[in-house]
Structure formats: C-alpha cells, structure tokens
Design a protein around this ligand. Structure first.
Ligand code: SF4
Length: 285
C-alpha cells in the first residue's frame, strides 16, 4: 500500500492532502470532522475541547466510534473556522484541545495547522492517535502537539494486526520520535479478554490469582516493561474493553465481532494496574 492511500483527498481539489505544494493559510486548509465534545474530561489533562475527525484506515474490532471510520462523510471546516469555535469555549478549557478521531493523523495538514494556532494562542494541544500512520507524514503534527495520546493496540504485532489492522512497528517508531523530541506521551491500551490479556488458563478455567495471571500474560508484562524504557512516557492508561458502543455497530449494519467477549473483571483490571505501578517503581515482578 502506498503512503498516499492512507490519506483522504482534499475535498476542494480531489488531490491527496499530501500533494499540497505551498504553505496554505488557516482559511485554505480544511478538515473533515465527525463531531465535537466541548468539555471532555477523558482525553488528556483538565477539561478539553475534543475534536473527533472523520476517517480512519484501521479496523479495531472494539472501536467505540465505528461511525468515525468512513472517509468522505462528516462535515468540512477550515482551520480558521474551527479555531474560532474553540475560542468560544476557551474560558472553560482548564486543559486545552485534543484532536481525536477517527485517526487524526490521516489529516496531518489540518491537525498541524490547528495545533500551531493553538500553540500561538497558548492553548495546550494534544493528539489522540492509533500510532498506525506513516511517521514521515505525521512529524510536523507531532512537533506541533504538546502531548501525544498513543494507543498501543496490542503488545505483539500479530494480535494488533488481527484485531485492529494496525502495524505497531509504526507505533513504536512514533514513540522513538517522541523520545527524540522529548514530547510528553500518555499510552493507552485496551484490555480485551482473550485478545490483549489472557484471563483463562489452558483448562479454560478463569485465572484466580495475581501470580498466575502475570505468568500467563508475559506479552503484557514485557510490553509494559518496554514502554517503561521511554522517558517521554508519563503514564499508561488501561482502558477495559466494554460494550457500551454496541448499538453503533448495529446502526451501521456491521456485525460486532467481539459481542461474545465478556468485559474484564474488576480484579483483573486491578492486577494490570498494579503491574504498571510495580514496573514504574522499578520493582521486580
Ligand atoms: S484506530 Fe480508533 S477510530 Fe480507528 S478503528 Fe481503531 S479505535 Fe476506531
């Protein structure tokens, strides 16, 4: 697949957004938007204006917003218009702005220009990304962000590919780039029983103790240890798989692949959280 296949076309010119030859003004750069949450508390520090861009080339089986995936739908807005709307809420935004999606780095020019405008106006800007887009086209947007929220879909490539269609080689390359820039990063990781965490032993019995859980989840342990080696990573947020968005799949007429998977038990989430705390404190497992 060519890099340009990952990116939408500019609705004005029908060219790939990567083809723009000259620097465009904030009135000339357009993004495709799914929706806005004006006071979000879950995507970065403080209260934030969260902008969900439309379009994502990936296919996470647990996607909470499958309606944001299709390119070509949503509504179009210029950076200038979008920034004016952000300013209407500025006094309530104790945190800043987060650009999420969909996959925001599929629209790198729009994200870069909007974040550069935020920075020039002393508004903190974050990108919430799968990390699966080509790094070269994402570099300017990453430089323009104050914080990167990076999903690591799975700590082994095969699982990531099978449940999300994401190449995590790119995610690690993005982390290497953030490390080089000393760009603050928050990692996010979805706990999906039977996919990203094992919750049953070889006899299909639910694992009942923390030690057994850790022994049966070496990929999770090694993955968190790997993340710990990055000094740019400030924290890891574990997101337990849930089925609250199931209705969106049926509305779209797409089968929800994970319908039969149970949400992870509270005590297993607690084991994963304590694992992170140990590793962060440098304690042995
Ligand atoms: S990367 Fe995000 S928006 Fe895209 S399919 Fe995965 S969860 Fe959904």
């Amino acid at each position: 697949m060519q890099n340009s296949d990952f990116f939408p076309k500019n609705p004005k010119t029908s060219e790939s957004v990567l083809s723009a030859k000259k620097e465009l003004s904030a009135d000339e750069i357009f993004g495709m938007i799914h929706s806005v949450e004006t006071l979000g508390a879950l995507d970065g520090p403080g209260l934030r204006y969260v902008l969900f861009l439309q379009g994502c080339p990936f296919s996470c089986a647990y996607c909470h917003n499958p309606d944001t995936r299709e390119f070509g739908s949503g509504y179009e807005i210029s950076v200038a218009e979008q920034f004016s709307d952000i300013l209407r809420y500025r006094k309530y935004l104790s945190g800043g702005v987060t650009i999420s999606g969909g996959e925001p780095l599929a629209q790198p020019e729009f994200v870069t220009a909007l974040l550069e405008k935020c920075r020039a106006n002393h508004i903190h800007g974050a990108i919430d990304t799968s990390g699966g887009m080509p790094l070269k086209e994402s570099e300017r947007a990453i430089r323009a962000a104050d914080l990167m929220l990076v999903d690591i879909k799975a700590f082994d490539r095969e699982t990531a590919r099978s449940i999300c269609g994401v190449d995590t080689t790119r995610t690690w390359a993005l982390l290497d780039f953030c490390e080089k820039l000393e760009k603050p990063v928050w990692i996010r990781h979805v706990l999906v029983p039977g996919k990203t965490i094992r919750v049953r032993d070889e006899n299909n019995r639910e694992i009942s103790g923390r030690e057994a859980f850790l022994m049966l989840n070496p990929i999770l342990v090694a993955g968190i240890q790997r993340v710990r080696e990055y000094s740019c990573v400030q924290k890891i947020e574990l997101l337990p798989f849930h089925k609250l968005g199931t209705h969106k799949w049926s509305d779209l007429g797409i089968p929800f692949e994970l319908a039969d998977i149970d949400e992870p038990a509270e005590h297993m989430i607690a084991w994963c959280e304590s694992l992170i705390e140990w590793i962060w404190r440098g304690e042995s497992i």
